[in-house]
Design a protein around this ligand. Structure first.
Ligand code: CTP
Ligand code: MG
Length: 230
């Protein structure tokens, strides 16, 4: 079964700050986008990649991709106002595929084992699969006045990561209603009552969201480089 990968990379990165779109910010001399693309194609099952880029950065993104010696086709489309719109634009451009992965450009270090786990679960029959890790903080539900309503049972919580994996049919179903928006595609399917399976994610598959995350990302890369030298 062929596996297409959509990489939404068209966000501004408001929480990170700075003038450059987040996917084009660098860690150790390589953009987040390049790290993410390399991580996804390192999982040998991925057969094609479509990136949704900020409109003004399409040619810069094409330059970055031309540096990657990939043996799968990689194409670029213009992203949309929201993440869901960006994924929808990219979904129109994917070559025929039975399985579609959606992976944040902002998650540069997803291990290949996580990508394989997601793909295997879709192959085994799950229409939608999300990698996730246990939550370490105690999470409080609070009201508008800042008062704690209750403490959420932590054992039942998971932090969702990407790539999320879908049958092509399920992703098309998720994106069919052009009004709906969500911070992940699995969320759209949950609303429709489609079962979503969770598999183990990985702590290194963190999302670069705030400035401190860039520091952590640099540290992960340094540790990987020193592990390789040993
Ligand atoms: N994304 C996208 N198109 C948008 C918004 C987000 O392709 N209109 C992508 C981002 O580029 C990122 C992924 O969705 O790879 C996850 O989103 P997030 O971490 O929220 O990134 P941003 O939206 O760029 O950041 P922020 O919310 O802080 O502005
Ligand atoms: Mg965002």
């Amino acid at each position: 079964m062929s596996v297409a990968c959509i990489i939404p990379a068209a966000g501004r990165g408001e929480r990170l700050g700075g003038a450059t779109p987040k996917a084009l910010r660098q860690i150790s001399g390589k953009t987040l986008l390049e790290h993410s693309v390399r991580a996804m194609i390192a999982a040998r099952e991925v057969t094609s990649v479509v990136i949704a880029a900020p409109q003004e950065s399409v040619s810069q993104v094409e330059d970055i991709l031309s540096q990657i010696a990939a043996d799968v086709p990689i194409s670029v489309v213009v992203g949309g106002q929201s993440r869901t719109d960006s994924v929808r634009n990219a979904a129109r451009a994917i070559p025929s595929a039975e399985i579609v992965l959606v992976h944040d450009a902002a998650r540069p270090f997803v291990p290949a084992e996580v990508v394989s786990r997601v793909i295997s679960a879709v192959r085994a029959g799950a229409p939608a699969v999300v990698p996730a890790i246990p939550v370490t903080d105690t999470i409080k539900h609070v009201d508008a006045a800042g008062r704690v309503v209750h403490t959420v049972e932590r054992d039942e919580l998971r932090a969702a990561q990407t790539p999320q994996g879908f049958t092509k049919t399920a992703l098309d179903q998720a994106l069919a209603d052009h009004q709906t928006q969500a911070t992940d595609e699995a969320g759209l399917l949950e609303e429709l009552g489609v079962p979503v399976l969770v598999v183990a994610g990985h702590s290194e598959s963190m999302k670069v969201t705030r400035p401190l995350d860039l520091v952590v990302a640099e540290a992960i890369l340094r540790r990987r480089q020193s592990d390789r030298m040993m």
